[in-house]
Design a protein around this ligand. Sequence first.
Ligand SMILES: Nc1c(NC[C@H](O)[C@H](O)[C@H](O)CO)[nH]c(=O)[nH]c1=O
Ligand SMILES: CC(=O)[C@@H](O)COP(=O)(O)O
Length: 173
Amino acid sequence: MASARSNLSTYDESNVPDASPLRFGIVVADWNRDITHKLYEGCFDALLKHGATEVNIHTVQVPGTFELPAAARILAGREKLDAVICLGCVIKGETKHDEYINNAVSQGLVNLSIATGKPYIFGVLTPNTHEQAVDRAGGKYGNKGVEAAVTAIRMGELYRSSQTAKKSIGFGA
Ligand SMILES: Nc1c(NC[C@H](O)[C@H](O)[C@H](O)CO)[nH]c(=O)[nH]c1=O
Ligand SMILES: CC(=O)[C@@H](O)COP(=O)(O)O
């Protein structure tokens, strides 16, 4: 459903678990930083709103969206995390470069999620214009960073409970 019909910042709060036990990574791309920093603000505030603590939110910045999967994997190897949120904005140019970035990053993050069992969240805007990005970074269609945070809380809780179950029946983490 298009963002115009389903605001990115609107969700069922009763469906969001307590985030206080959860540990999050956030990786933010510098490209289009006027947009990505708005995504980060929305994401960070949404995590805190649902109980996450600042000490459990680990943030790194990378040059561009293409670097998000590698940095996310590095961060997940350095910190014990229940979910890793990746924030970027790839605005269509004259060539197909945007398609190569977006396809690589989306595939990379889903591959990481499936291979590791840990949720890597795709918080990347792929607009045709800067205006479309503004609309989705705290504008009239909400904030993609909020959507990414809520997804990370729900998936992070699922991951953490799976790790707890493993320990309870004797499997290592
Ligand atoms: N054009 C955009 C880029 N391009 C840079 C790539 O993400 C990458 O850093 C470079 O290809 C070197 O590996 N990145 C964005 O995040 N957004 C863009 O619109
Ligand atoms: C998506 C991008 O990397 C963008 O800056 C490329 O622009 P262009 O396709 O006009 O070279």
